[in-house]
Design a protein around this ligand. Sequence first.
Ligand code: ATP
Ligand code: MG
Length: 395
Amino acid sequence: MKKVILIKYGELTTKKGNRNYFVQLLYERIKKKLESFPISIQKDLSRMYITLEEKDVRSVLEKLQTVFGIHEYYVATLVDSTKESIIEALKKMIQEAHFTTFKVEVKRSDKTFPIPSMEFAKELGSIVLKNTNSKKVDVHNPDLLIHVEIRENESFLYTDAYKGLGGYPVGVQGTGLLMLSGGIDSPVAGYLSQKRGIKIEAVYFEALPHTSLEAREKVISLAKVLAKYQNEIKLHIVPFTQLQEEIYRNGKKEYTITIMRRMMYRIMEQLCRKQHAKCFINGESIGQVASQTLSSMEVINAVTNLPVIRPVACLDKLEIMNLARNIGTYDISILPYEDCCTVFVPKHPIIHPSLEECSFIEKNLNFEKILEETIENTFVLKIKEEQDEKFKDIL
Ligand code: ATP
Ligand code: MG
């Protein structure tokens, strides 16, 4: 008897034209994720089957918890399509399961199997009753639903489904650049955009020596968490100090953050072009701080034509914090290192900035050359996922 993990795609199947591509990407993602296990994967347009050794089941299930594009998965026992093999597997299965009520459901895709589905389900039900004590059949709401799927050469027996992460396989939408600060919001924004199929590269604006190298380490740790969902993340480190000092020295104080963010957006746009990214992503949430009022967003957004994706724009801070806890970034984000924005934050940042005022301030700044240099001096770190991953206990 072999073990098989049966994967159902969910949302993918609604995209008819692209199905092949989606399935192929998901297949590659799973293959890469499970490269250290002796497994084989078969796929068709509605499901995938991973054949594996029984001892690896738990570890493989944990790994699958980091793959977007999986709707549900089942651990199945694979047997020959003979009555005897199916009964033998069923007996083993019920010995290991905890339940009081149950139901057996039989599906035959191989109609040459000699017993009709309903009849065989009844027969298997009576075998369960005979081989257990005080169990009952409940066809409406059983504790244990036993699926028996009979195919031409081999059959599957499986019970409960595990819930996958849903979403689309990472990469199906191409690449986007994530503005990754050390805060709570931006890693969550990254995770949510990966979930929609965007492969991310992270961008961190650094203001050494106003910010510490520990702050950079914190961003690296966050990138490592996000790398779990796509294997590796490029982290672009933008040396932002000179530009920031220039803005701080020569700009109007209440406009410091507005202008700084316009500079960040300009740099993001150029990095996107360089990396062939279709959008950039950040952790802005409407109304959270002065630079995230709708008026501020309008003025800051005016420097770019690229789509700016803000996955947490409409979430409350508490909702974002809960997501951060679930994905394991919260504890890293609350470490106390200064971020470049907090260092330069004025006492009264403007809430309704004017575009004309921004243009006026920027004309006096002479920022083009510094901006160019800043982009030239940006460097990339390749961040791999953490090897000793800790997962939620899903079993
Ligand atoms: P976070 O929003 O991640 O919790 P934060 O609240 O300190 O951090 P904000 O000042 O709210 O950050 O900035 C809004 C968004 O701008 C961040 O979510 C992030 O996407 C981006 N951002 C801010 N500072 C930086 C930075 N130093 N490097 C990269 N991106 C940044
Ligand atoms: Mg924020």
